[in-house]
Design a protein around this ligand. Structure first.
Ligand code: BGC
Length: 528
């Protein structure tokens, strides 16, 4: 009896707190923002990737990917989770498209599983069922007025390419990637107007070849103790091959498809913002170096034809060189820039003798630009904590990173291809804790307001995608870290809307981000 009373009391208190929060939130200091304040034709969408949601890992002729193999290796993923079933999107894609349609988004970013359409890469044939699957997705999106925004490679590589020649470490990958891109353009390009070649080459090369936490799990000291790897050289080689693969695919598109199909092509990088840890010139320079070593590493070659000077100065001949033919191939091989932005970190210089004594052996390394990043200053986090140890809530970072991109790459159209929030872990969290995701709403509202400030200062931003439509396989964290607008019940795979679904669809449909109009008390009661 007491227990029942307790639960009722908790529910009542929880409703009161929620209502209090809404009132507070809607009258908060932040300006109200409206969809109509964003430029004409702005894309508002949700984002996912093949391995993280599709499942059906051995169905209908799909080949194995590097992630299938890696996640099946005991100890690599939290709780030994894997993407065998994931969100079962392969079978539930229609339901998921309906969810997006009811949200009111006008775009959806998803990726194509390379091994689903080319199970053995260039060494085998095309899998017609794989092509059919993506055709059905594209057609159903278009039927509902949702623009497909397609990424070709989002971390999952046919395993055969890894085994035959070492995947991204070999120049042979360029030929394979262009083959893959050609099949994509031929099969889907009549309907897809937004292509991105590769998701976050700067992140996956770090994870795969510096830290060894993504396949193929290479690393060397002081970054880690893997059985194979060279963390000083391999990430640079893999990036070199990825940039050339991108450029060759764009070359193909521009020469054979673009005029007829009328689409555009970009690439996506992981874009943290960096701030100096201390109020000192050396840290200010280190923060600039971090931007060059992590972000300009991807975009300088594709916009200007070579690696950033900041990198060449430190890495010298260790940084691969582009031949003059390659330079003309890569220079300008971008129609737009894709940015995944979640957070901001502090940067500490490790290059001067006074500062470097305080750096870890990894920070004190040329490949990292003699700098170290951290989320804490004197023990105080740079922003609210989230479910990811290096993601903090720092909305001002969105404005700053867009300013940076606008200044470094004038006139390039930008898309925020991912921005999202996962809550810090909470012991014994119940379903309603996940569903009442006010922190996620607050996060998006603040980041969107910051993005709007950058747009008003002249940045040519053309779209914003929430990561993610639904909770999914969060790489090495498995299913415990939840970024979705929809909660996915692991046992049944049922999709349950979180409060943020109501908020986002109100924003999309009624043009406002104040909450008092959007969420009634009744809504809240229904949720709990
Ligand atoms: C990746 C996503 C990932 C998200 C959250 C991005 O770096 O592109 O695949 O789920 O961050 O960690």
């Amino acid at each position: 009896m007491m227990k029942v009373l307790d639960t009722k009391l908790c529910l009542v208190l929880s409703v009161l707190c929620s209502v209090h929060f809404l009132v507070q939130f809607s009258h908060g200091g932040e300006d109200t923002i409206h969809r109509s304040q964003f430029p004409e034709g702005f894309l508002f969408g949700t984002s996912t990737s093949s391995y993280q949601i599709e499942g059906a890992y051995l169905e209908d002729g799909k080949g194995l990917t590097n992630w299938d193999v890696f996640s099946h290796t005991p100890g690599k993923i939290k709780h030994n989770d894997n993407g065998d079933i994931a969100d079962d999107h392969y079978h539930r894609y229609l339901e998921d498209i309906e969810l997006m349609s009811s949200l009111g988004v006008n775009a959806y970013r998803f990726s194509i599983s390379w091994a689903r359409i080319l199970p053995r890469g260039i060494y085998g044939g095309i899998n017609a069922k794989g092509i059919m699957f993506y055709n059905k997705i594209i057609d159903n999106l278009l039927l509902r007025g949702i623009e497909p925004f397609v990424t070709m490679h989002h971390h999952d590589l046919p395993q055969e390419l890894e085994e035959r020649y070492g995947g991204w470490l070999s120049p042979l990958i360029k030929r394979d990637f262009v083959h893959f891109a050609k099949i994509c353009f031929e099969s889907f390009g009549d309907r897809v107007k937004y292509w991105t070649t590769i998701n976050e080459p700067n992140l996956f090369t770090e994870m795969a070849y510096v830290r060894g936490t993504y396949p193929p799990g290479h690393c060397s000291p002081p970054f880690g103790n893997c059985s194979v790897g060279n963390s000083d050289a391999e990430p640079l080689i893999a990036m070199h091959n990825a940039l050339l693969s991108h450029a060759m695919a764009v070359h193909l598109y521009r020469n054979h498809f673009q005029a007829k199909q009328g689409g555009t092509v970009g690439i996506i990088a992981n874009t943290f913002m960096y701030e100096p840890l201390r109020d000192e010139e050396c840290d200010r320079l280190a923060a600039d170096r971090a931007l060059a070593f992590i972000i300009a590493w991807v975009f300088d070659p594709l916009v200007f034809g070579d690696y950033p000077i900041e990198m060449r100065n430190i890495l010298g001949s260790r940084l691969p060189r582009f031949s003059s033919n390659e330079k003309s191939l890569i220079k300008g091989s971008l129609d737009f820039i894709g940015m995944n932005h979640y957070s901001t970190l502090y940067v500490k210089d490790c290059s001067c003798s006074a500062c470097s004594s305080a750096c870890s052996p990894a920070g004190d390394h040329a490949i990292r630009g003699f700098l170290e990043t951290t989320g804490f200053r004197d023990g105080i986090p740079i922003g609210d904590l989230t479910g990811m140890p290096r993601f903090f809530v720092v909305p001002r970072g969105m404005e700053k990173i867009v300013d940076y991109m606008k200044t470094r790459y004038p006139n390039m159209p930008l898309f925020i291809t991912e921005n999202g929030y996962s809550a810090p872990p909470k012991q014994d969290a119940a379903l309603h804790d996940f569903l009442q995701d006010f922190d996620r709403m607050k996060f998006h509202k603040a980041y969107l307001a910051a993005l709007l400030r950058a747009i008003r200062k002249g940045a040519d931003v053309r779209g914003y995608f929430i990561w993610s439509l639904m909770d999914n396989f969060e790489w090495v964290d498995g299913y415990g870290t939840r970024f979705g607008l929809y909660y996915v019940k692991r046992q049944t795979l049922e999709r349950i809307p979180k409060i943020s679904v109501k908020w986002f669809s109100s924003f999309l449909n009624f043009s406002t981000l104040t909450l008092e109009n959007d969420l009634s008390k009744q809504d809240l009661k229904e949720q709990i």
